[in-house]
Design a protein around this ligand. Structure first.
Ligand SMILES: Nc1nc2c(c(=O)[nH]1)N[C@H]1C(S)=C(S)[C@@H](COP(=O)(O)OP(=O)(O)OC[C@H]3O[C@@H](n4cnc5c(=O)[nH]c(N)nc54)[C@H](O)[C@@H]3O)O[C@H]1N2
Ligand SMILES: Nc1nc2c(c(=O)[nH]1)N[C@H]1C(S)=C(S)[C@@H](COP(=O)(O)OP(=O)(O)OC[C@H]3O[C@@H](n4cnc5c(=O)[nH]c(N)nc54)[C@H](O)[C@@H]3O)O[C@H]1N2
Ligand SMILES: [Mo]
Length: 767
């Protein structure tokens, strides 16, 4: 389908009328008008939790507790369009592989279980019972050879109940191969924070935004990816709080916001300025930024000491609660300003101003997203942020803390209920006792390791509980080529996506209920639960009739898979659980009584109920019982070899019109890019220097040392306000350029925010 392309600067704020127009257009396009009455129930106690982001749900909620992108997500899920078996009589998978992500999902909801027929190259309708029987036989056969040759992936949307059942199924099957979307996302957080503050998640709750005096905002695009958070930011700014942002791009939501729910703001040109200071850090330059701020802070502290003034560092906190300051202090003093300026792209003067504000702020929150986690030294970067906060005791006091903004609506919760490839994170003895089986103790595969194992021919079966694995992972071309070597592929999904177009010898596509649909089981309508970015558990009840009578709930599907594959190998009452999800919640409480005590009762409390956060109470569950300063390995977090000025750092970006690989449309309104996603955003100086022209089509080639030639063509050059040496392109389109082995050290999160690339002119040949 030809689309009109338009690239021009967007002058509006985030939110406002632009957002209202966009929501209405999506509702009509998706034929989802009947879903409109449900929006007031979104993120409310008596309603459903948004299927888009994981941002916190305030109590009491705003009159409308949804945003432009949350409404789009609802309409896209409750679309009137259907992908029926008849659709596949018209299209082979070979043909569908030429379609875009948008066109695939835009066919609407899957309606029936499907089995791939290699002879016709099509999906064909199949009965549930037949599907489950064959999948069970295949999985059992693989298990009898080696249970480690199957992988059980989860995307972060499935409920706590489904996730708990799924990890049990995998463990009864005999492995810990439970990679999940978090491996590509905040896994860096989950490895970094336990070492510094003794917990894997943030310390901030919503009430802290009422007391915060300064927010340091790193690499998170709030206007597109967690827009409801703009309410807290706007309120904080109006109270006089300062927001200081570090981001290579001037993201609109971090600059200005008009509250679409506030009639006064909508009718007057009254925008709220969000960021007081905005620094366009180089991709991967955040360690240098924070070292600079810390260095300036230490200098201020020296000065205060010399003058006998009150100390700038919180010495009482540091003495009582932390370890490692001396080494960190020595490191910071030893770093030279020219190096810090070079790596960060921010001047000493600017960083000193930030340090000055930080030094005077009684309570500071550090917020971050993929801009920090998706780098080679992502862990060092996140730990550098905790260093900075610890210097002034900004963890474990009101209005302060660290705030990783999670992605998928239940990605954090899945980890809480056992989706983890690292067995030490799960109370396996308790599971053994509860369910009468011997859980495997060997470490399982994370996402990158699962990909490597598939390429090495060491995986026979892949089961995907949601998501779009092949599109979300790095090295797409290599992975697509190797995928069909597997014996069995099973995808549980709501919409058709590219991952479904690559099949093992035996392949099934199983359609499930979405979260917003009514889920009727033996004991009546069910509710499910999830955990938000601030570690609060919420309930969610489906409210719309299912898209097809053939859909089954995720708990039902997982239970049937387990019954067909590992019958009688545990005491799990799969049917009883499916009949009443409250029994699954009781089992979860049995596994983690400290976190889920009173689960079935407390989930009905207004605003949900919080998970205990030890670091919030200044209890440090680290090895030494202290909060730890950590010295970073380098000043920049990237793979960039550094000396060759033709090598640029590629940042892969989300538009305002997508949820991960689900591309709603082609309007990245805030960045002024419409009608196309095949663009490369470039600094004008780099365009000139490399002899390129605005609007020209170019390619990119990854700089890698594994002799694999990763190149893509067809990106249009768009001059953009981005630091020299950095370029931007959209995810997932650009994923073929990311090498699997270029991931964050130790967390294995793919380094999607600084891929070293060279630009290619359309004729082969390197610029
Ligand atoms: N509408 C919508 N909502 C979503 C999603 C979606 O796709 N659409 N995805 C969900 C998911 S799973 C996730 S994980 C989150 C993702 O939400 P975010 O964490 O916001 O992720 P990104 O949009 O990938 O990139 C974040 C920002 O990092 C900046 N950045 C890139 N490199 C650097 C760097 O080196 N340093 C700094 N300081 N900044 C950098 C980019 O310019 C961008 O503004 O959102 C969730 N919510
Ligand atoms: N280059 C690059 N790559 C990235 C990133 C990046 O910033 N840059 N970000 C990474 C991040 S943060 C993440 S989280 C991953 C995302 O990776 P995934 O979580 O695997 O991908 P999604 O695009 O969220 O999955 C969308 C699909 O989920 C299915 N789905 C939707 N709702 C449901 C449901 O209720 N149940 C079931 N069973 N299925 C459902 C639909 O079929 C839909 O097509 O991508 C990662 N990849
Ligand atoms: Mo994510």
């Amino acid at each position: 389908m030809a689309r009109k392309e338009k690239i021009e600067e967007y002058s509006g704020p985030a939110g406002g009328w632009g957002s209202m127009k966009s929501v209405t257009r999506h509702m009509l396009k998706q034929d989802a008008v009947r879903a409109a009455p449900l929006l007031p129930k979104q993120n409310k106690q008596d309603g459903f939790m948004c299927v888009s982001c994981a941002w916190a749900k305030p109590e009491p909620p705003h009159a409308a507790e949804f945003c432009e992108n949350g409404a789009k997500a609802t309409f896209f899920e409750l679309t009137g369009k259907r992908t029926t078996p008849e659709f596949f009589t018209r299209h082979t998978l070979t043909e569908l592989r030429t379609w875009t992500d948008h066109d695939l999902e835009n066919q609407g909801r899957l309606t029936q279980p499907l089995r791939y027929n290699p002879e016709t190259d099509r999906y064909e309708a199949v009965d549930w019972s037949e599907a489950m029987a064959e999948i069970g036989r295949e999985l059992a056969a693989i298990r009898s050879r080696d249970p480690k040759r199957a992988v059980f992936y989860t995307s972060g949307r499935a409920s706590l109940e489904t996730s708990y059942m799924y990890q049990l199924f995998a463990r009864i099957y005999g492995n810990n191969n439970l990679p999940d979307s978090s491996n590509m996302c905040h896994e860096t957080t989950s490895v970094a924070l336990p070492e510094t503050i003794g917990q894997a998640v943030g310390t901030v709750r919503l009430e802290d935004f009422d007391q915060v005096s300064t927010l340091l905002f790193f690499g998170q695009n709030v206007g597109s990816n967690s827009p409801r958070m703009l309410h807290q930011l706007k309120d904080a700014v109006e109270r006089g709080a300062t927001i200081i942002t570090f981001n290579p791009l001037k993201e609109r939501g971090l600059v200005r916001f008009v509250d679409p729910q506030n009639p006064v703001q909508m009718l007057t040109p009254n925008e709220t300025r969000i960021s007081t200071l905005y620094h366009q850090v180089r991709a991967g330059g955040d360690i240098a930024v924070m070292v600079g701020i810390a260095k300036a802070l230490v200098a201020l502290d020296d000065e205060a000491q010399a003058q006998g003034a009150p100390r700038v560092l919180d010495t009482a906190f540091i003495a009582q609660h932390t370890a490692g300051l001396a080494e960190f202090d020595a490191y910071v003093r030893a770093q030279a300003w020219p190096d810090i300026e070079q790596e960060s792209g921010v001047s000493r003067g600017d960083l000193e101003v930030v340090a000055g504000i930080y030094a005077k702020s009684p309570s500071v929150i550090g917020v971050y997203g993929m801009g920090l986690t998706q780098h080679k030294l992502g862990i060092d970067t996140v730990q550098m942020l905790t260093n900075l906060l610890l210097l002034r005791g900004n963890i474990g006091k009101p209005g302060a803390g660290i705030c990783p903004v999670r992605g998928h609506s239940n990605v954090q919760g899945q980890r809480t209920v056992g989706i983890a490839e690292r067995p030490e994170l799960v109370p396996l003895d308790r599971l053994a006792e509860q369910f009468g089986f011997e859980p495997p103790r060997e470490k399982g595969l994370n996402t990158v390791e699962a990909c490597e194992a598939i390429v090495a021919g060491e995986v026979d079966a892949f089961v995907g509980l949601g998501g779009n694995f092949l599109r979300a992972i790095p090295d797409r071309d290599v992975m697509e080529a190797n995928w069909p070597r597997m014996r069995l592929t099973v995808q549980i999904a709501t919409k058709l996506n590219r991952s479904h177009l690559f099949c093992g010898d035996v392949a099934y596509l199983l359609p499930c209920l979405g979260r917003i649909e009514i889920d009727r089981q033996a004991s009546g309508e069910q509710l499910v639960t999830m955990e938000d970015s601030t570690s609060v558990f919420h309930k969610s009840r489906g409210m719309q009739e299912p898209a097809s009578e053939h859909l089954r709930s995720e708990p039902w599907i997982v239970a049937e898979l387990a019954k067909a594959t590992v019958p009688g190998e545990s005491t799990v009452d799969w049917d009883g659980w499916v009949g009443d999800y409250g029994k699954v919640r009781d089992a979860i409480e049995g596994t983690w009584p400290d976190k889920f005590g009173g689960f079935n009762r407390r989930i009905h409390e207004p605003g949900g109920f919080p998970k205990p956060l030890p670091a919030r109470e200044r209890v440090w569950k680290t090895e030494n019982g202290k909060a730890n300063f950590k010295v970073p390995q380098a000043l920049h977090a990237s793979f960039d070899p550094g000396t060759d000025d033709k090598v640029l750092r590629l940042i892969t970006l989300r538009s305002n019109d997508q949820f991960n690989t689900t591309v709603y449309g082609y309007r990245d309104r805030f960045r002024g890019i419409e009608g196309t996603r095949m663009v490369v955003l470039m600094n004008q100086g780099d365009i000139d220097r490399l002899g390129l022209k605005e609007g020209q089509e170019v390619g990119m080639q990854t700089v890698a040392d594994d002799h694999v030639d990763r190149r893509m063509q067809g990106f249009k050059v768009v001059p953009y306000d981005i630091p020299a040496g950095c370029v931007g392109a959209y995810y997932p389109e650009a994923n073929a350029l990311i090498p699997l082995y270029q991931h964050a050290e130790r967390s294995f999160t793919p380094a999607a925010k600084s891929v070293p690339v060279r630009m290619l002119k359309p004729e082969p040949g390197i610029v």
